[in-house]
Ligand binder design. Sequence first.
Ligand SMILES: [Zn+2]
Length: 133
Amino acid sequence: MRCPVCRAEYRSGAVLCRRCGLDWSPLLAVLDQALAYHRRALAAFEGGDYALAAEANDQALNLTQDQDSFHQLRGQLLFLAGDFSGAAQAWRRALRLAPDGEAQRLLQGLQELLLAVAGDVSLNPTIGSQAPL
Ligand SMILES: [Zn+2]
């Protein structure tokens, strides 16, 4: 999380921004609420209720856009709904926020899946018409 005034990085436990003196508490209250929505979304996701998971995760994203885990879950939910380009977009956002996070693996998996589908002879009549090697 960054200070909206001076862009200084938030330090855990701080009450005031170390650079400009902004009071962090209202922002931390919003973040707490967003994390609560996200936890609800994760519980629904694990329970297989993807509609509830998407709703709760969107509520979390409405409060803050700078948590990579929110975008990552959004990508997973979009993927499950068959929206692969939306999923890739959400995972790329997660990746920008956390370059060494799990989104890299998810994006790579999606890319491999799409390549496998593109190479599937049953879905590609020009390849299917050729004799197998
Ligand atoms: Zn500041």
